[in-house]
Design a protein around this ligand. Sequence first.
Ligand code: B12
Ligand code: SF4
Length: 461
Amino acid sequence: MDLVLCSVPKSNPESPLLGPSTVVAAAKSLGWGAKVLDWNIELFHQLKREGLSTGDWIRLDREFKSESAFLDFLQKPTVAHLIEKWIDQICQLKPRYVGFTAFSDSNTLMIAHLAEQLRRERPDLRLILGGPGSYFCGKNLLEKQLVDYVVLGYGESIIGGILDGSVAKGHHVVHSLEVTAGSSRFCQPDYSDLDLGSYTSQTLHISTSRGCTQNCQFCIVSSLWGSYQLRTPDSVAKEVRNGIDLYQIRHFCFTDSTFNGSLDHQRAICRSLIDLNSEIYWQAFVKIPKAGESHEEDFQLLRRAGCYLLKVGIESGSERVRREMGKRFSDSDLRIFLTHLRSSSIKADLFFMVGYPTETDADFEQTLTLIKELRQFQDVVDYIRIAPTDVTSETPLHKNRTRYGIESDGCTGWKNSNSSPEIRLKRYLELRDSVLESGFKIRPLEDVRMSQVVHDRLQHL
Ligand code: B12
Ligand code: SF4
């Protein structure tokens, strides 16, 4: 075995992560022996057998993000036993390389712990870290010599070079699909090592593009992926076909940051999905098209292709704040978009954010007003999501923090003349009330997660 790639706790249990299965597929296509292990779903089922609910799993975020709580969690006999089993599993598979996917900050402590154990048991093993979360923990784990390679961006492009020894140890940013040793562009994920029936939702994630056409100030996607790159509609349709034929899965989530970043591409993808002539259901993230950019027929095409939900960042009711964020649509564009959705029977999830560095009390009032105005679209809006603005490192907002007068105390504790942790929490709670009073819904598990975040942040004030 050349490579074992592990999804480690804690991530969501609904469906397998796309990243590890894609990187393993690339390694296999180059002739290497490679395997994916999903330890996240194993832990989820173990704890479920012990009575854990899905809400409890979300609340476990606290244990996976705080060092002291994590150490206590590791003492649980079943957890300690599982970790021992995982280390044995690696020792038995005898790979040359082990990779970890850091998806978000709730994976970091577990990766560090497992890497430490593996270093002790198998000092000859080379450890690789990849995934979007490695932007935040990669340098630290490399400095502590807990991993040998950190890969930011396209793992499939560099994995061949790592495995054949031509890529040096260290930190690598890969913003291109150009390939080492000939692996194919946008290769299809390989789920053959996983039991897809063990996930809580029969869903697969698929990418039709990487990167984003926008560069919103608070967002890390452009740093993650570099320029916007499109995948051929044929290869997307083939991946959907495989999902249906190999795994009997008909529900898909497109991972694209902006599925409608190129409308020509969106139309071509829809047509290739319609040509499959199979019943499928899918959701995607889109941006609000500007007036005249997208037409009624585009929405009808989306619907015919199987789209039932579009997720979209509105963020603020103030057009000025939206413009400063990089979201260039007007209130009228939003109304046109929702009207098109209504006539095509597609629902929308709307995302809002409070406490942006330039958001004043008056701007926030405009967000409250917008929520009230949107009541006329209650039949179209499925759920609303609200989050306080974080100043995450590697985002344009963080790079320009001096310009915004941001005093930084971590990505959640920042303040400036318009915003502070107190203001953001107050606005979060006020907007949540207004959303619920207006008859909209918040996804229950999202609400569980956010109430824990709010509770923890209130404790620190
Ligand atoms: C789909 C998605 C989800 C899904 C994931 C479901 C699933 N089963 O896949 C869900 C809805 C669960 C989700 C949840 C969250 N997400 Co999310 N999500 C995404 C999204 C839209 C796509 C991810 C994806 O699949 N990309 C395509 C795959 C192929 O890329 P990839 O996973 O990055 O893998 C590639 C590389 O990273 C690398 N790679 C990956 N692993 C490895 C390993 C090795 C060894 C190597 C060499 C390379 C490598 O190679 C892969 C192929 O190129 C991204 C935004 C985006 N467009 O990228 C946000 C994103 C990753 N999510 C983000 C966040 C913040 C979250 C949440 C924390 C949100 C929240 N507040 O709840 C939660 C975390 C939940 C959790 N604890 O796991 C941030 C990550 C920033 C960060 N690291 O903190 C992103 C970037 C969104 C953003 N704009 O900020 N998310
Ligand atoms: S917030 Fe959405 S639209 Fe804006 S840059 Fe990020 S992924 Fe793109």
